[in-house]
Design a protein around this ligand. Structure first.
Ligand SMILES: [Zn+2]
Length: 237
């Protein structure tokens, strides 16, 4: 495969400076001395990245509500353009369709809150929430979302109405745990159905985010194979 190496200098995104007008150059030199330069990140472009699938084209498509195309996420602002396509790698998309078929038999449908997340957006998320418990550090291999093999999902009924779940998207804390069911028994029941379908279809979970699942056929080493917004032709806000 003709995967080529690409250097993405994200470290600059994390550098802040506030040198004043007096002695600006001196201050900058001091800052440089105090803060060792971070090595540029080197990612490998995802092999076969062109085999991404638009989830809307699946035979049994999920509902799409990409929360990073809205301000309703942990960053509090849109990180995707309004027309961001919901994409996953082909094997992962097939698993998602299998889970959706299982859920339809119980009168439910998957809603996708996030799918492929370009690595530039992962960097923006890390800036907003530099907490490795909930956001993949782009300096340490980023997230399987950036490789197109992880997906964030919830449930709706067959009319598209969202069903009770333990928490909202990106509501980090005890309520986002896979073991939290809350006081509403419907939320606990829906969470159980969601997990049975996703795990039964071949996904692994993340115990701190009930909505997050990753394709079990890809391990964490996959996260260095990233897809960029530039590769997708997507203009970020
Ligand atoms: Zn996720």
């Amino acid at each position: 495969m003709n995967s080529s190496l690409v250097s993405i200098v994200l470290a600059a995104l994390f550098l802040t400076g506030c040198a004043n007008d007096i002695g600006r150059e001196v201050e900058q030199e001091r800052d440089t001395a105090r803060t060792p330069p971070r090595a540029p990140l080197v990612y490998e472009l995802a092999p076969n990245w062109e085999e991404l699938v638009d989830l809307r084209s699946l035979a049994v498509p999920p509902r799409i509500q990409l929360r990073y195309a809205t301000p309703r996420n942990i960053a509090g602002r849109p990180l995707y353009p309004a027309d961001m396509p919901p994409l996953l790698r082909r094997p992962t998309a097939n698993k998602l369709e299998r889970a959706n078929r299982m859920l339809q038999s119980s009168g439910r449908c998957l809603v996708v809150w996030d799918a492929l997340r370009p690595v530039e957006v992962q960097s923006s998320l890390w800036e907003a929430v530099p907490d490795g418990n909930y956001v993949g550090d782009p300096h340490q291999g980023t997230s399987l979302h950036a490789s197109g093999v992880a997906v964030d999902v919830t449930l709706c009924d067959l009319n598209g109405r969202l069903l009770p779940m333990p928490s909202d998207f990106d509501e980090f804390g005890p309520r986002s745990s896979t073991t939290y069911t809350g006081s509403d028994p419907r939320a606990g029941y829906n969470l159980r159905l969601l997990r049975e379908a996703m795990i039964g279809a071949g996904f692994g979970d993340y115990h701190k985010e009930w909505w997050h699942f990753h394709d079990e056929d890809f391990d964490n080493g996959t996260s260095r194979y990233v897809v960029t917004a530039i590769m997708l032709g997507v203009s970020l806000p």
